[in-house]
Design a protein around this ligand. Structure first.
Ligand code: LUB
Length: 217
């Protein structure tokens, strides 16, 4: 397996360490929190932040509101936790793709292709995306959207360009921003028109075009 580029591996370490470092020990309260996050994700994804109440979440898991408040003191805290869990999906995906030994350019393409599957299948990813759209309604400090993906993709494209995989005329930062914008738009349009049922195919169309323009000829 080819070793990841140093710039890239530090990112992987940072993200993986962050993920593992913040990993709570598996116990009853952790299992309850995961149950609550899934229920909240289902409701936020379907009804949005404003039309979801803590009571709705409590009812869905057959707990009292008080029990929910013990873990998440406000609805905003639930929303923050869901959005953080959304972003928490990506370091594991990165680790998985890196373990398969792709070069940096194919790593970028594989990451986004598998992220499209997560947007299709994973209610936490779907809920996080909706909550980020609804940021103005949520009185809490949500993670800044898009920046981590842009940073990761730029570092991969820099490594790929150093390895001759990306055209010299390509500016990695600009290409990374274009990939993120295209992915965001693709998953959003697929969601609005088709409930993301076709997001994988729609992303494959955009990805083919963009990576053909980025890849060295
Ligand atoms: C990604 C969304 C939806 C960016 O990173 C993010 O914040 C994203 C939610 O805000 O798409 C494209 C990879």
């Amino acid at each position: 397996m080819s070793e990841p580029h140093p710039a890239f591996s530090s990112f992987v370490q940072k993200k993986i360490v962050t993920r593992r470092g913040s990993e709570p020990k598996q116990d009853r309260s952790t299992r309850t929190r995961r149950l609550l996050l899934t229920a909240a994700s289902e409701l936020f994804s379907e009804h949005g932040f404003r039309h979801t109440s803590v009571k709705d979440v409590a009812d869905r898991v057959e707990m009292t509101k008080g029990a929910v408040y013990f873990h998440y003191p406000t609805k905003e805290a639930l929303a923050v936790a869901v959005v953080e869990e959304h972003y928490g999906r990506w370091p594991a995906l990165l680790e998985q793709v890196v373990a398969e030994g792709y070069g940096p350019l194919d790593t970028a393409a594989q990451l986004l292709a598998r992220a499209a599957m997560a947007f299709r299948d994973d209610v936490v990813v779907q809920a996080g995306a909706r909550l980020q759209i609804e940021r103005p309604q949520i009185d809490a400090q949500l993670p800044t959207p898009y920046v981590d993906w842009t940073e990761l993709l730029e570092s991969l494209l820099v490594a790929a360009q150093e390895g001759g995989e990306v055209g010299e005329e390509v500016r990695p930062a600009a290409a990374a921003r274009s990939l993120v914008a295209a992915f965001f738009g693709t998953q959003h349009i697929s969601d609005v028109l088709h409930g993301r049922t076709d997001v994988v195919d729609r992303w494959a169309e955009a990805s083919d075009l963009l990576f053909a323009a980025i890849r060295a000829r």
